[in-house]
Design a binder for this molecule. Structure first.
Ligand SMILES: C[S@@+](CC[C@H](N)C(=O)[O-])C[C@H]1O[C@@H](n2cnc3c(N)ncnc32)[C@H](O)[C@@H]1O
Length: 123
């Protein structure tokens, strides 16, 4: 199977306008918040890459008390993310061994990454 070494292409990936321009307001998160009123929310972008999605959602949801998290396997993708967006807790880890307790998050996003995971049925 062909695999992509994201650490080698982090710079290029971050400037990919096809990806940047298509990221839209997360209506599912808005709906979740409207239906589950809480003092604060914890939101994880799983395999967040260079933080393109997080950067946009943080602006969209400005004013709502959300703790944002990002996890990715590639340290170079996370390096780009760290340069761009602040106040996010980034974690360099494999999705197969996530260092979080269950039910930590209110909402988890996952964009263009699931096909990379080797154990797709693992819970
Ligand atoms: C196509 S990029 C998508 C990045 C970002 N979600 C976006 O939409 O721009 C795929 C990402 O999945 C990450 N990834 C691949 N396998 C992973 C794994 N086992 N655990 C965590 N992240 C993984 C890669 O490092 C890469 O950043």
């Amino acid at each position: 199977m062909k695999t992509t070494n994201y650490s080698k292409i982090a710079d290029k990936y971050d400037k990919n306008h096809f990806r940047v321009d298509e990221i839209k307001f997360e209506y599912d998160l808005k709906e979740y918040i409207e239906n589950n009123v809480k003092a604060e929310y914890n939101v994880l972008d799983l395999s967040c890459g260079t933080g393109l999605y997080l950067e946009k959602q943080i602006n969209y949801f400005d004013g709502i008390n959300i703790n944002w998290y990002g996890l990715d396997l590639s340290d170079q993708m996370l390096k780009k993310a760290n340069e761009k967006v602040k106040n996010i807790e980034f974690t360099n880890a494999d999705v197969e061994e996530m260092p979080y307790h269950s039910e930590t998050f209110d909402f988890i996003s996952n964009n263009y990454a699931f096909h990379h995971y080797s154990e797709k049925n693992k819970r």
